[in-house]
Ligand binder design. Sequence first.
Ligand code: 0T9
Length: 376
Amino acid sequence: GEAVPAAQKSSWTSFMKSLAGFTGDLSAMTAPPFILSPTSLTEFPAYWCERPELFAAIADGKTEQTRALAVLKWFISTLKGQYTSRNESMGSEKKPLNPVLGELFYGYWPANEARGGKTTLVVEQVSHHPPITAYRIENIAKGVILTGHNAQKTSFSGGSIIVKQVGHAVLTVSLPSGQTEEYLITLPRLRIDGLWYGSPYIELAEMSYIQSSTGWLSTIEYKGKGYFSGKSHTFKATLTPPPHGSSEPTVIEGTWHTNSKDVHTGAVFHDVTSPKEEVTVAPIEEQSEWESRKLWFGVAKGIREGDFETAATFKGKIENDQRQKRCDEATANKTWGLKHFQYIESDPVYEHLGKLFKANPPTEDAYVYLNNGPPS
Ligand code: 0T9
């Protein structure tokens, strides 16, 4: 294909061949240089808040229904960033840097009138093998908090990589009345297409759910090219009222990377054609050795400048450091301690809210935030 540089054609072909028989951890596989991204997966949770005013606006909903709609609108509005931004910034989906255990990523979106408060982001790589990333996003002034973790199960089928997202997120809203609403958010399945041509892109598939503790449930169905609308990145979301109520469901249709409408009223529901706001991060000189951009600096620079030998040297150093740490821990009979999160085997919020829409699996583990992020 055209996207593969002539000098890397055979290496891409052998990468594709190894994908064909592949099971396990994709992120640990070696890929040709042209497909490498200089960004670590620990940065990805920032996609949840690149429209911080939509995150904050959840708290402004006057009823359970309007808040559930605001959560849905915020969620749909994050999808463009989550799943198409590498194509926009680098021409195709790329292989992110595989975070090390204990890697951190801190950031924030400054306060302003529209969003009412500063929104902070804390990310920690809580497992290396398999890769698991935990995150926390808070707008304390508004009382809106998102906590979640992410892992992936990947397989190869019909020329595409199929990614099942493992993990979930919980959004909590503290209302002026003193009450707290919770929303359990599950994640869609991904298909990575365009691999043969060396220009991978993501399409979303199947369903994801947002279950509110108030009983309102959003069911989001994803389709790509050739399905019900024929367009890529199509979705249909249905917000269903709690059982035994008298409200009507709301149905939204559109494409998640542009806009959507309320099917009954014709009113615009979400619109992400305007620019988003990337997270603000401290300058690298001020970061600790564990912070993603500092940790990966040499590797990222090499990748950006096409100096893959330098990138490989720095990467080798990081990997050796990691091996040494694991070795030292084994000798001292210790295990790595998490900094901002605590592992729990079963998330009570997932169990409770998941029952309401028969979530599969019925229970999931989680990482509880220790409330010890950097001072803001
Ligand atoms: C959570 C997101 C996730 C992470 C990435 C599959 C993927 C790693 C996980 C699911 C975010 O909220 C949303 C977006 C993109 C997802 C990544 C896309 C991707 O390709 C990688 C995997 C591990 C690869 O690097 C596959 C190899 C590569 C050659 C294809 C480009």
